[in-house]
Design a binder for this molecule. Structure first.
Ligand code: GDD
Ligand code: MG
Length: 352
């Protein structure tokens, strides 16, 4: 059985972080994001091939996962000549495949959905397509999905306006699709599965089944949600590496160096090769990437610092996000919510 991970978007809402790091491999602590999805797919032993559907910076993603052997899976890469949209990308990745149903994931959702149960429902209902739904407070940023009492999808409305909202269940970005239903997707042109294929299943009265999941689910595609993913893993709300065995703790790599007189407050993460100098304070919910340097008396309070960032003495960083190889000068101040791209330099005493 094939799984297709849609991982070709540009990650515009996470810019500037995604300018050099495509969203599917933004680090969550010290793991590339898609590794969490690959962990989930491994729950289904029948899945013998994971197809990564790529468009934006494909080579960077390939370099990270290779053939998948290190993760115990078999990964194939399909690169679109131009962005084909979610539906076009699925069609392009599936080719002329027929046979077993396809498992499809949006490449930016973090969840613990019971995938074997979704497949079992799909088979039991002999569905043309099965979609995972999750309840959210504000559906406007998602695909709104209405169902009937028997769990059939009755309407699919992508990015509804507030007056169009009649329920709180949205498309969680996880599908099981029968390959013969992909015929309605045109080849080699941009086509949205959300605006084209799903509404067409409803209009044609095909067996389109909903699996409602109210456990953990998050789309990491905005800076707030990306930071939330880290908080939820640190708190154990989403039990996952590297905190699955020790939620709520300060997880310090044995290869990091915390000098005497530095303060490290739980929960937080300090990666391999990082140095925290004397008098510095790492506040709760901070993530210090590998080989970062936190200077004397500097404060990192809830920020996520990607690897190789240098924070000079006395600098203070609130809950901000900073890319790789940044330099935060002496006594500089970085307010919460700030986003700094790779190699940003903030000179001594500057504030932002
Ligand atoms: N290969 C490929 N080609 N992948 C693409 C393309 C493309 O042209 N466009 C988007 N993707 C990938 C993105 O990388 C992402 O993993 C996924 O498809 C969904 O795209 P997003 O841009 O993140 O969409 P969204 O978050 O606004 O909405 C989608 O996800 C919501 C759940 O998080 C929709 O599927 C909504 O209906 C859904 O509720
Ligand atoms: Mg998304």
């Amino acid at each position: 059985m094939k799984a297709i991970l849609l991982a070709g978007g540009k990650g515009t809402r996470l810019r500037p972080l995604t300018l050099h790091t495509p969203k599917p491999i933004v680090p969550i602590f010290d793991r590339p994001f898609l590794q969490y999805q690959i962990d989930l797919l491994r729950q289904v032993p029948e899945i013998d091939e994971i197809v990564l559907s790529l468009n934006y910076q494909p080579r960077r993603i390939e370099e990270v996962f290779g053939s998948g052997g290190d993760l115990g899976v078999h990964i194939r890469y399909v690169v679109e000549p131009q962005p084909l949209g979610t539906g076009g990308a699925i069609k392009f990745a599936a080719g002329h495949y027929s046979g077993e149903p396809l498992v499809v994931f949006n490449g930016d959702v973090l969840t613990a959905v019971d995938l074997p149960a979704v497949l079992a429902l799909h088979r039991e209902r002999q569905a043309a397509a099965t979609i995972v739904l999750t309840p959210v407070e504000n559906p406007t940023a998602y695909g709104l999905v209405e169902t009937d009492a028997d769990g059939n999808v009755r309407a699919f409305l992508e990015k509804p306006t507030p007056d169009q909202i009649r329920c709180n269940t949205i498309n969680a970005g996880i599908y099981v699709l029968e390959p013969d239903t992909l015929g309605r997707i045109p080849s080699d042109v941009a086509y949205s599965i959300e605006r084209g294929y799903f509404p067409s299943l409803v209009e044609n009265g095909e067996t389109f089944v909903a699996y409602v999941y109210d456990g953990y689910w998050l789309d990491i595609g905005t800076p707030e949600k990306y930071r939330q993913a880290h908080i939820d893993i640190m708190d154990g709300r989403f039990p996952a590496p590297p905190f699955q065995a020790a939620p709520g703790t300060a997880l310090v790599s044995p290869e990091a160096r915390i000098e005497d007189g530095a303060t490290v407050e739980a929960p937080c993460f300090i990666g391999a090769g990082a140095v925290v100098r004397t008098g510095a304070r790492i506040g709760p919910y901070s993530v210090i990437g590998s080989s970062c340097h936190i200077g004397e008396n500097a404060v990192v309070d809830g920020a996520i610092l990607w690897p190789n960032t240098w924070v000079d003495a006395g600098a203070e960083i609130g809950p901000a996000l900073t890319g790789r190889h940044c330099h935060i000068g002496r006594q500089a101040r970085v307010a919460g919510g700030t986003l700094l791209g790779d190699k940003s330099v903030l000179t001594d005493y500057s504030s932002i």
